[in-house]
Design a binder for this molecule. Sequence first.
Ligand SMILES: *Cc1c(COP(=O)(O)O)cnc(C)c1O
Ligand code: SF4
Length: 339
Amino acid sequence: MITRTAPSWHTEDWQIELSGAVRNVETLWQALDLPANSLPAALAAHRDFPVRVPRAFLAKIEKGNPDDPLLKQILPVMAETEHSPGFVADPLAERNANRQTGLLHKYQSRVLLVLGGTCAINCRYCFRRHFPYEDNRLGPEDLAGIQAYLTDQPDVNEVILSGGDPLVTSNARLSALLDLIEAVPHISRLRIHTRLPVVIPQRVDQGLLQRLGQSRLNCVLVTHCNHPQELDTDFDHAMNLLKRQGVTLLNQAVLLRGVNDSVATQVALSERLFSAGVLPYYLHLLDPVAGAHHFDVPESEARTLMQAVHAALPGFLIPRLVREVPGQPGKSLIDLHLT
Ligand SMILES: *Cc1c(COP(=O)(O)O)cnc(C)c1O
Ligand code: SF4
């Protein structure tokens, strides 16, 4: 339980963590005692998509265990540099849905804003690892355009902040963006998709809590956690603080070979999330992005896995198994009973 002595966090707390993330392959190898012979391949993969790991995430990795489920998510490996048929740079064809800088409007009632290109952690399986963030970052000059776009779309009632990681953005910038969204009367919901509260829970600082708490928008925060070992008591505290501001808490995960592709792990993840007040939302099949084929779990195997998860958990702790198919009006739900 949260006691009165539980911390309240300030901007410096998380910015120190953020800037102190390991971004150098050699440092990573030293910190984790990794074998020297895998270093050259790692450096090659790192040139394509740089390493970035917050210290707290690093501390949760078991040294000397090559199968550690957290290690696999951040470790650059040889397989990333190999080609695999069907695995491409822009698997979701997002470049086509780019209505204007920083805005993706693919689904009917919701618009997604790409806020900033960086993340606190670089996940090796990320479907945006080749996304041209640099040409597509919301700058101050784009804000008026975003507001005009939203005003013109009466069917849109929800704005999703995504990235990169939208919570890398400062509270001041987020707040200015919220002002603008709140000024569009038909927008009733704000959703934030972020991995930051998982890897640096201190990001849920007082400024953020205050701003979300005072918003007229119905706020939803979707965390991104793939394995229960990513979560700790700081995460629990962050979720509790958000909940007290009336924020709805959901989680999405990606089904990853060698990380969370077992029934026991999926069950433990749902249980652990719920203990922090978070409901599972989506379990995504991997998007076929170049460099991530070694994480792929075939759909038939995913279906079998989720059937067993269904048997083990109450319905409200079962994430929807989905895949994103370019051109579809929403995420495609995988039917578990097709076999
Ligand atoms: C995933 C996604 C959404 C949100 O989809 P939900 O099913 O509402 O979670 C919205 N816009 C884009 C571009 C997306 O990729
Ligand atoms: S935090 Fe999300 S967007 Fe960033 S690298 Fe990881 S999966 Fe990709």
